[in-house]
Structure formats: structure tokens, C-alpha cells
Design a binder for this molecule. Structure first.
Ligand code: ZN
Length: 321
């Protein structure tokens, strides 16, 4: 079966951690024996998640490139038994073999247990740190696993009545077990806008006090209830830098499961010039010209990592306009 590829339509490469050709196979999730069926398939790959860390072979070893480490169902038999949650992520055609992916949460293991049991396959590490060292497509499955396992870890109890919830639909839903409540809970993603504000040959960048010295990035913030994403862009830019913007234009997005965001990238044109740090969220905000940014290193400044939406927005402006 051909998998729908949204990037064929846009002709734009997906961001890091984004779509990697996985068919999320929503139809199979509806089967009550979905997880049993996935576990019976010898081609299934088990994606272990331990306390929000992913498993890599070669991780943290000098001279080796980290690679996502998966287990077969046979290798993971004992881990599957103790897994607090299991999530069928979907299926993918890899070298003419249909591979299913099953994420399992083994956070109940103590640190030394998790380390020792998984040692034959790799080490646990933080995808946020390791992500730039691995391919975006490989990273997309790990990001998906980390994000949805995190959601399960925070929704073991009903937010309405406080009773225990149980996972259903292949791990893509949790149902309250209390009769009379029976509330259904679905995985959540927090939309966050991230925007490059332009003013002719310069753009607006800012920095937070807690960031590494010299790092400047695009402005960003969370979308609030009852708000459109365009409104969120305008509001955040005004709150953080006192600038009024127009021509707010969506560019691209990126899942950012650290722990549960979806980054929505925009460009916008400045209507005003004078910077005012209204809400004190930023330590500094400045207009930077193209030539200043191309010589950032000389000024002991640097831009966000290449895998981020922020950097892509900046690089597109720097090199493609
Ligand atoms: Zn309930």
C-alpha cells in the first residue's frame, strides 16, 4: 500500500523529527486485538522508552554515530510483560518488508536494571541531545514514541473524576473506568508558534536569560485557548518585543515532544520598529541585519541548532531570499 506523503504535495523537505514515511494505520487501532496482532508479527520492532529516554546503539561512545536501537518481540518478551504501557505506532515498508513499531514504557525498572537489561542493544539517552546526530526520519519514530509514552504517563487517572484510566485503541486512547463517568481521553499536543519577524534587510531575534551565553533565536510562545495561531504570533511578538506585525504567513511545522509540543513556524512583517520587552520573558531582543548574522561568530553570538524550526526559518531568510 502506498503511504500518503504530505511532503509530495508541498515539495518541501520535512523538518527533523517529522514525517518519516510511517503509516500510522489508524484502522488497525480499532481492532480490539490490535496489540496482540502486532506482537505476533516477527517483523515487529519494539521501541523501548525509559523515563522519557530512547535507546541508541553507539550513543555516547566517542567516534560512533548513534543509531536508534530496536528489539524484536522475542528479544523483548520480558520487557513487554513489565511494560506499563504499549502503543502501536504504525507500520512502514523497510527494504520491502512491512515493519510494525510498538513503543513500550519500561520506566518501572530501576536505573541499573534498565541499563543492564538493555545493554546488549544499546544505551538510553535523551533524544533532545542525540537528535541532531541521527537522521530526521529515524528521529521521527523515536520522537513519536517518546511523546505518546509521556502522554500515557501523565494520564493514568481521569482528569474529570480521578479514577483509574485504561489504554485502548492500540494505545491511542485512555478510557475512565468509573461507571457513570467513562470519559475518553486522547493524546494531546500543545501548539506553539515560532516566528521570524522581518523588517527589510533585518530580522528580530531575542534571547532568554537561561539560554547559553550568545544564543539568539526567533521569538516563540504557546497558543492559548480560544486563539488562532496567527493571533498567537501577533500577541507573542507584541508581548515579548513590543513589535506590531502583519502578513503573518505559515511556513512549516515540527513535532517537539520535549515533552509535548508542536512547533508551528511562521514569518511576519514588522509594522513598527521600536523594541520594548513588555513581559520581561526575554533578556534581550535586537534587530540583526543579514551581514551581522553572517558574522555572528565574530560577535561571540550563535544561532539555534540546525534541527530546529527556528534555524530553518532563519536560514531560509539568510540564504534563499
Ligand atoms: Zn472519570
Amino acid at each position: 500500500m502506498k503511504i500518503f506523503d504530505p511532503y509530495e504535495l508541498t515539495h518541501r523537505a520535512p523538518n527533523h523529527f517529522s514525517f518519516g514515511g510511517l503509516d500510522r494505520d489508524v484502522i488497525s487501532r480499532e481492532e480490539s486485538n490490535c496489540l496482540d496482532f502486532v506482537l505476533e508479527r516477527p517483523e515487529t520492532r519494539i521501541v523501548p522508552v525509559w523515563r522519557s529516554l530512547n535507546l541508541f546503539s553507539g550513543a555516547l561512545e566517542t567516534g560512533k554515530t548513534p543509531v536508534p536501537a530496536y528489539l524484536s518481540t522475542e528479544e523483548a518478551t520480558d520487557l513487554i510483560k513489565i511494560a506499563k504501557n504499549q502503543v502501536y505506532l504504525g507500520k512502514q515498508n523497510v527494504a520491502n518488508t512491512l515493519i510494525s513499531y510498538l513503543a513500550i514504557d519500561i520506566s518501572s525498572l530501576e536505573e541499573d536494571e534498565a541499563t543492564n537489561k538493555l545493554a546488549p542493544w544499546g544505551k538510553f539517552a535523551d533524544l533532545r541531545e542525540i537528535g541532531p546526530l541521527i537522521g530526521g526520519i529515524e528521529g521521527s519514530i523515536l520522537a513519536y514514541a517518546r511523546g505518546i509514552i509521556f502522554w500515557h504517563s501523565r494520564n493514568g487517572y481521569c482528569g474529570v473524576c480521578g479514577k483509574v484510566t485504561i489504554a485502548t485503541k492500540g494505545g491511542h486512547q485512555r478510557n475512565c473506568t468509573k461507571k457513570g463517568c467513562a470519559c475518553l481521553h486522547f493524546p494531546r499536543t500543545d501548539p506553539a508558534v515560532i516566528m521570524l519577524v522581518k523588517d527589510g534587510d533585518r530580522v528580530l531575534l531575542g534571547r532568554q536569560k537561561i539560554w547559553p551565553a550568545g544564543l539568539y533565536s526567533t521569538l516563540a510562545g504557546f497558543v492559548e485557548p480560544g486563539e488562532t495561531i496567527e493571533h498567537a504570533v501577533a500577541r507573542e511578538v507584541y508581548e515579548e518585543a513590543g513589535i506590531i506585525v502583519k502578513d503573518i504567513t505559515y511556513q512549516h511545522s515540527q513535532p517537539w515532544p520535549f515533552p509535548s509540543s508542536l512547533m508551528l513556524g511562521f514569518t511576519a512583517e514588522a509594522c513598527t520598529k521600536k523594541i520594548n520587552l513588555n513581559d520581561a520573558e526575554l533578556e534581550d531582543a535586537k534587530w540583526f541585519t543579514r551581514s551581522e548574522m553572517l558574522n555572528f561568530e565574530e560577535q561571540e553570538k550563535f544561532l539555534p541548532r540546525k534541527v530546529s524550526v527556528s534555524r530553518r526559518l532563519i536560514d531560509d531568510w539568510l540564504y534563499k531570499n
